[in-house]
Design a binder for this molecule. Structure first.
Ligand code: 6PG
Length: 228
């Protein structure tokens, strides 16, 4: 049994970022009280950057955070186009998080080796507290793209034919991404409206096949939202 997401349609991208920040802080405070630790999987791309900037100004319990990544591009470790580089600049450089609590996907090793390594990192982990996901114009999420086989995959696997450069990537599986107390999609901009229309009309896309084990919510601005 997986959960259909709630849809929260917001005025603009800034409102999406503010709501995302509030939700993450709320989940972090609760996780830290209940379990002493907060585990979050960050989304890549550009949409989440503002959320990470807002988080950097508002969160205190960094010593209880563990940060993972939903996917990574096979580029050198500090390449500006890496998802880890965006998170580093917008968040990690500004807060007192312990670097040993940040788990980048070592995609600089190549997709196969990095996927095997990261799978080892995720083994034995309980559900994440929050998984953030973006969505591409074609309805992809993380590095799960339309037309790719996404079922019966290892928790972390290699991608070699990404239509969004670079072709070589590493991604968590749909199952692994859904293994979280809160699945939070951040979607903004009119370029996403076609994929949202497809989602709303029931067309299967990578973005809507993530099996949310608990709560799922789509934070979307009016530009991206479609009423079907
Ligand atoms: C990546 C991301 C990818 C991203 C979407 C949306 O490596 O690019 O993992 O899944 O979330 O493509 O990207 P934007 O937020 O830039 O529109």
């Amino acid at each position: 049994m997986t959960n259909e997401p709630d849809w929260n349609i917001l005025p603009d991208a800034e409102a999406v970022a503010q709501h995302a920040c509030e939700q993450i802080i709320q989940k972090a405070e609760r996780a830290i009280i209940e379990r002493g630790i907060f585990r979050i999987v960050l989304a890549g791309g550009s949409t989440p950057e503002r959320t990470y900037e807002l988080l950097s100004a508002q969160v205190s319990g960094w010593s209880h955070w563990e940060v993972f990544f939903g996917d990574e591009r096979c580029l050198p470790a500090n390449h500006p186009d890496r998802n880890s580089s965006m998170a580093q600049m917008s968040l990690f450089d500004k807060v007192a998080i312990n670097p040993v609590s940040i788990y980048p996907i070592p995609a600089e090793l190549g997709a196969l080796q990095a996927a095997a390594f990261y799978q080892g990192c995720l083994e034995q982990l309980p559900p994440f507290d929050v998984v953030l996901l973006g969505m591409g114009e074609d309805g992809h999420t993380a590095s799960i793209f339309p037309g790719s086989s996404w079922q019966n995959k290892a928790s972390v696997y290699d991608v070699s034919d990404s239509p969004k450069p670079p072709a070589d990537r590493v991604t968590l599986s749909a199952q692994a991404l859904g293994n979280t107390r809160k699945l939070l999609y951040l979607i903004t901009g009119s370029s996403k409206s076609d994929a949202i229309k497809q989602w709303q009309s029931g067309i299967e896309l990578p973005v809507n096949i993530i099996p949310a084990q608990f709560e799922a919510e789509v934070l979307i601005d009016k530009e991206a939202y479609s009423d079907g």
